[in-house]
Structure formats: structure tokens, C-alpha cells
Design a protein around this ligand. Sequence first.
Ligand code: GRF
Length: 188
Amino acid sequence: MPKLPIVVLISGNGSNLQAIIDQCSGHVDIRAVISDNPKAYGLQRALDANIRPVVESQVWGENRHDYCYILADKVSIFKPELVVLAGFMKILTPEFTTVHERTMNIHPSLLPKHKGLHTHRRVLEAGDKEHGMTIHWVTEELDSGPIIWQQSFEVQPDDTEETLEAKVHELEHIWYPRMINEAANGNI
Ligand code: GRF
């Protein structure tokens, strides 16, 4: 089976990118890693894996629509059949999502709970009994597209933001590569 061409968008550390590099290489061809942050460590991870790192240089100003229009074009250059958001911090508009309809995201909460930022803190503040991660399709509405997979765990009385983050990351690094491989095999 030919490898699925993908482009990964990041903004930071790129631990999920690393998991994808390590666990999906047999199924996908990562044609580029694009970061809106020139200091993102994920760019180094891409370089180390001989993947083309691209720094997105546009300014995220008032016109998000123009930004996303241009970003969609830049992604299209690599002809991906799947776009993977891995800690990409910008909210994509229809100028992107209608061009790249197969765009996946991973979110550190059990959606529809805790859309947006600071999910671990909000779980503790809400006294949630469980927490987890969600892999979903990206639509123009933030963290609201169709859910592909969720994985949860019980919140313990001594959990902190840091321990919750570590537990969520552990699940993410198992399940995001698995779902991307499922997409590459035509199962999603
Ligand atoms: C992950 O927790 C992911 O759920 C969220 O951003 C974080 C990215 O972490 N969207 P990393 O850059 O992959 O380490």
C-alpha cells in the first residue's frame, strides 16, 4: 500500500510529532512539518528525522481569514491527503478547513468538555472525576468537529496540572499515531 502523504502543523515542543515520526513512518510520508513559531522544538525534531521543516512567517493579525487562505495554499504545495495538527495553536477558518477537509486534531480533554486552553487546570477546578484526550476532525468551529477517538482515565485526589498533563501526553502518544495509521490504512 502506498504511504499516505501528510503534513504536520505544530507550534511548540512537538512530542506528538515525535510519536508520529516514531510510530507512523511505515504508513505515512510526512512531506513537511510547518510551524508558526520559529523557536518550536518540533522543527528540530523534523530536521533530525530528515523531514522538511517550514517556518510559517505570516503575522497573525486582524485578518485570520487571509492568514488561513495563505496557509492553506502553503500546505497544498505538499499535496497532503491528511493534515495533522499536533499542538498547532491557531484557530483555523473556513479558508483552511474547506480546502483541507481531512484535517485531524488532538485535544487534551474529553470533548465537548473543556474546549480551548488550560484544560488540565479546568478539570481540577471543575472537580471532574475523569479526564483524557480526544482526536477529532477539524471544522471551522473550535474543538467541535466529529470525534474520531477518545481515551479517558480517572482523576486521582493527588493529581496536579502537571501530573494530568503527563498522563494525557502518555495517552496522546499512543493513540494519535494509531489513528493516523488507521487513516493511512483507509479505515477512517
Ligand atoms: C498536546 O497536549 C495536544 O493535545 C495539544 O497541544 C499539546 C501539544 O504537545 N493540542 P506537543 O507539542 O505535541 O508536545
